[in-house]
Design a protein around this ligand. Structure first.
Ligand SMILES: [Zn+2]
Length: 423
């Protein structure tokens, strides 16, 4: 939810409170006229007869509580992403990432709960990097967070393979950076933790009366290891005993459980068998929604059924939210979009209107210029025609691009019943 919405709602609350308090004042004003002086005689105001106490029952809780959730894939800040933001910066600013996302912002604002996978760390004491010059290392400017917050994201997941790109101190700095933002802007940040206690402190947000727990795991940290003497904690997918314990616990303390899973081979639409098995286990343990990330491609999604017949849902890979990658399958992502519904009488959770909005990462020739993220509904064949992917340097392997390519990727990877093309 966007801060603006929050203030709007708070404003409505204040207005209502003002009405109540002015009504209360109106009832007592006749007895408290101090300015009248001791000698003055004034007619006591006749109070209207008390209205009958209502005989009807106080309003019961609505039987159904609903939370509209929108999520996005990897916020992957390549060199050319922050170069675009540098060009867009105004007077006195170093970077402005907000315009890059201006075409999708309304979707994030409209959600009651919005979740993003922040693929890169933010460490101001290290040099900026965006995987340029060979090494696949990332360190992003702090202004990235300004855009994430401005769009209205509530939950930031950090569990990913790039956490140790600049070492353990840089990771700690990044965790503290986001923790500070979490405090300032009421965000939920998870996936990389200062210590064991922090990692076991399951994050829960209450939205529209529904308690939602968040967990985030990654399959690896690109071969880096957290030093033995560091308290920093990242939970890997192979730690299934920890994951099972956490999901089961989250299921007990919250109404719904959302798991971010950083997993899979890159640059393929295939969903490997081991991920299907882990997804089923997570749902069996109590996960209601799994948000897959990392492969940089849009992958399929499906319902997974537990033994008791209840269901969870897995998005195997949301692909990229933003990037400057150069294969055609890298620039079409998924924005999961669904409602969590809590039946107040039974306490049962269900998912409604489940699907995803395809997002297109657009850039043009000449150094990835005019980089913007679009929802499918706002993208056009004309923009696709202008896309810089076929001319990008260094060149990708799958450089054919156009409106048909985008539609093929969507048709082959997002089952028809889950496509939200008009949103
Ligand atoms: Zn990744």
């Amino acid at each position: 939810m966007n801060l603006k919405n929050c203030f709007r709602r708070f404003g409505m609350f204040l207005a209502a409170a003002a009405l109540v308090s002015s009504a209360a004042c109106a009832g007592t004003v006749g007895n408290t006229n101090d300015s009248a002086g001791e000698d003055s005689i004034y007619e006591p105001i006749t109070m209207p007869p008390e209205t009958e106490a209502p005989t009807t029952e106080p309003p019961t809780e609505p039987p159904e509580k609903r939370v509209h959730v929108t999520a996005v894939g990897d916020n992957l800040i390549h060199y050319s992403v922050y170069k675009n933001a540098e060009q867009l910066a105004g007077e006195g600013e170093d970077f402005d990432f907000k315009p890059l996302y201006e075409n999708v912002k309304y979707l994030i604002e409209d959600a009651d709960l919005a979740i993003i996978n922040q693929e890169t760390i933010i460490s101001e004491s290290n040099e900026l990097r965006g995987a340029n010059g060979g090494a696949l290392l990332f360190n992003s400017p702090p202004e990235v967070a300004d855009a994430v917050i401005d769009m209205g994201f509530d939950v930031i997941t950090m569990a990913n393979n790039h956490l140790l790109d600049f070492g353990i101190d840089a990771l700690e700095e990044s965790i503290r950076f986001w923790n500070q933002k979490a405090e300032e802007y009421n965000l939920t940040v998870l996936g990389a933790y200062l210590n064991d206690a922090d990692a076991e402190n399951i994050r829960v947000r209450e939205v529209n009366g529904v308690k939602i727990a968040f967990l985030a795991y990654t399959m690896n940290i690109n071969g880096f290891e957290i030093p033995d003497d560091s308290p920093i904690r990242v939970i890997l997918n192979e730690e299934e005993d920890v994951i099972e314990r956490q999901i089961r616990y989250a299921d007990q303390i919250a109404d719904a459980v959302i798991v971010s899973a950083h997993w899979g081979a890159e640059d393929t639409h295939e969903v490997s068998e081991d991920r299907k098995i882990l997804a089923q286990k997570m749902v069996d343990w109590g996960a209601d929604v799994i948000l897959g990330c990392h492969p940089h491609t849009a992958q399929t999604m499906e319902w997974l059924t537990r033994e008791d017949g209840s269901r969870g849902f897995v998005f195997y890979s949301m692909g990229n939210f933003i990037c400057c990658q150069t294969d055609n399958f890298n620039v079409v992502g998924e924005m999961p979009d669904f409602d969590i519904v809590l039946d107040s009488e039974t306490g049962q959770i269900s998912l409604d209107d489940v699907g995803c909005i395809p997002n297109i990462v657009h850039y043009e020739p000449e150094g990835f210029s005019n980089l913007r993220v679009y929802p499918y509904s706002k993208y056009t064949p004309e923009l696709a025609e202008r896309h810089g992917l076929p001319y990008a340097e260094p060149q990708g392997t799958y450089t054919e691009f156009g409106w048909d390519i985008i539609n093929n990727i969507i048709e082959e990877n997002i089952p028809a019943e889950f496509r939200k093309l008009d949103k």
